[in-house]
Design a protein around this ligand. Structure first.
Ligand code: BG6
Length: 550
């Protein structure tokens, strides 16, 4: 670090003594807001209240490993800037960016500026906010395998905190390639910057996904992390849990009386969860070759959505109460045997095709992808949650790249009414459906039968549709904003616990092993712009059901 992170001019945002003092009107405002930052309430529609924050985090230093990488540029820094701009971080914040490239503070900040300009949620950029944010960023060049990097990091952190009289709260954020996680954790332990000293600040670590490649490697990584950090210091991130509509799933289920009585095998026929993307692998070919759809989306995002849909009501909204319930669901998923994989799992890979009216390349033609790659870009699976609530209700999950559109949705299809009075009197309605649209066009749709106006008794399905955009006039925070703030506040509810991540791998590992053991299907097996290979339809139609048209 050459300057900035250690020499910037912070202020009194938190409870600990600090020599930082507000310099500008804007900084004075943040300082005055102190620990209770509440953006102004808008008049009129009571739903339009905006983000309320009851606590502002204490000033902390965020050490970001992998600072020159894609994730840091596209997600982490834009989210940090956005939090800063929204006055949700105290003035005493510092950001230490650790990366391999030969930058100094100024060039690194310029790079980040460009990323923030294109990826921050609120545009255009606020020049004042950017200036005060940027001067808190310092760059530290180093290799993760090199002891000297971590010796220097420890010295920089100590010197900076001593100089500012700051309390020493530190968040280590691992946004590197997964292969570097163990080494960074080990090095943090070696130089002792994990230690929380009595009366000093806290130390926490945020670890990105994928957390492991299979059950065994996830267990190993958990053990390595546990040698250095207590579980209460560890924040395994799955950004889907930070999405506003995913968090609303909990509110929808547990703050309403009318749906929960139906939320079980007596009334639900089956559940479908779709995470569809229209993009390909973009510039992440090398990453994706190592990952594939099952590790990239199924093991984490899809199984987390399933767990939130299927779990029992937690006793409280406290992190462990919530995570206990999710773990129970994951444990109840019937293990897949080799013959189940052949029948209940479908993988696919896109070939050339058309998406959004444009011709696009096939996966094997993407940058940094093996022209004979057997990596799957699509996965669909039929799972059974063997517990009292869900026995006999199939959960169909699917995700893929280069599908016709970007859409994440959970659809609950209800059973038929026990006795249909109106049979033969015209078109029969579909069974009831509840669709929770996670993105885009966030909302909730309820489909039910209604009488067609006229003298007869024709029944048709109609929609009752709630849209976030029209009901709430505010822009939702990005998932990364929510999650980084939670980590700074010490709230682990939306982060995955060690046993949870292992249970999710327990579900996915048998299919990875079965795939590794046998030949791949004849890839590519779906054209870009199609809803996956034909087998994905067979997976559900052979049960007499169909994927919902999204
Ligand atoms: C990431 C995956 O976790 O989620 C990406 O690594 C994927 O491959 C992304 O594109 C999807 O996230 P979102 O928020 O755009 O739905």
């Amino acid at each position: 670090m050459t300057d900035g992170g250690a020499t910037g001019t912070g202020g009194a945002g938190g409870s600990r003594p600090t020599r930082d003092a507000p310099r500008t009107m804007r900084e004075a405002r943040i300082a005055a807001a102190g620990r209770r930052a509440r953006p102004a309430r808008r008049e009129g529609n009571p739903l339009r209240e905006g983000l309320r924050l009851d606590r502002m985090p204490d000033p902390a230093t965020i050490v970001l490993f992998g600072a020159t990488g894609d994730l840091a540029h596209r997600k982490v820094f834009p989210a940090l800037y956005q939090l800063w701009r929204s006055n949700l971080l105290p003035l005493g914040m510092r950001f230490v960016a650790v990366g391999r490239r030969a930058y100094d503070d100024a060039t690194f900040r310029e790079e980040i500026r460009a990323s923030v300009e294109s990826h921050a949620r609120v545009q255009p950029m606020d020049a004042d906010a950017w200036k005060s944010f940027a001067e808190r960023i310092g760059y530290l060049r180093g290799d993760f395998a090199d002891d000297a990097t971590f010796d220097r990091l420890a010295a920089v952190l100590d010197a900076d905190e001593r100089e500012r009289g700051a309390g020493g709260d530190r968040l280590y954020y691992l946004a590197t390639q997964a292969s570097a996680f163990s080494e960074i954790v080990r090095q943090i332990g070696r130089v002792g910057i994990d230690h929380e000293v009595a009366g000093g600040g806290w130390r926490r670590i945020v670890i990105e996904k994928p957390f492991g490649r299979d059950l065994e490697s996830a267990q190993r990584l958990n053990r390595e992390v546990a040698r250095v950090f207590r579980e209460s210091q560890v924040y395994r991130i799955d950004h889907y849990l930070g999405k506003e509509t995913v968090r609303n799933l909990l509110v929808f289920r547990f703050a309403n009386l009318i749906f929960e009585p139906l939320w079980n095998r007596r009334y639900v026929d089956h559940v479908q969860i779709t995470v569809a993307e229209s993009i390909g692998v973009e510039r992440r070919g090398a990453f994706y070759e190592e990952t594939g759809a099952a590790r990239d989306i199924l093991q984490n995002h899809l199984l987390q959505l399933l767990a939130l849909v299927a779990m029992e009501p937690p006793a409280t909204f406290e992190a462990n109460a919530l995570r206990d319930e999710k773990v129970k669901v994951l444990r109840s998923i019937a293990p897949l045997r080799a013959e189940d994989v052949a029948r209940d799992v479908v993988r696919g890979q896109y070939g050339p095709g058309w998406v959004g009216g444009e011709p696009v390349a096939g996966y094997r033609q993407e940058l940094a992808v093996d022209p004979e790659s057997e990596t799957e870009t699509f996965v669909a699976v039929r799972l059974a949650v063997d517990d009292w609530r869900w026995a006999g209700v199939p959960f169909y999950l699917r995700s893929g790249k280069r599908l016709p559109k970007r859409a994440t949705e959970i659809a609950i299809r209800f059973r038929e009414v026990p006795h249909l009075l109106f049979r033969g009197s015209g078109v029969s309605p579909d069974t009831n459906l509840l669709a929770l649209r996670i993105q885009p066009d966030e909302g909730i749709l309820l489909r039910f039968g209604a009488k067609v106006p006229g003298l007869g008794v024709d029944v048709r399905s109609v929609n009752m549709d709630f849209g976030y955009g029209t009901s709430f006039g505010v822009d939702s925070p990005d998932a990364y904003e929510t999650l980084i703030l939670d980590a700074l506040l010490g709230d682990q509810a939306l982060f995955t616990r060690s046993d949870e991540v292992e249970e999710a791998w327990r579900v996915v590992t048998p299919m990875l092993e079965a795939w590794a053991g046998g030949g791949a299907p004849a890839f590519p097996d779906y054209a870009a712009g199609a809803w996956g290979p034909d087998e994905a339809d067979d997976l559900i139609t052979r049960d007499g059901r169909a994927w919902r048209r999204i």
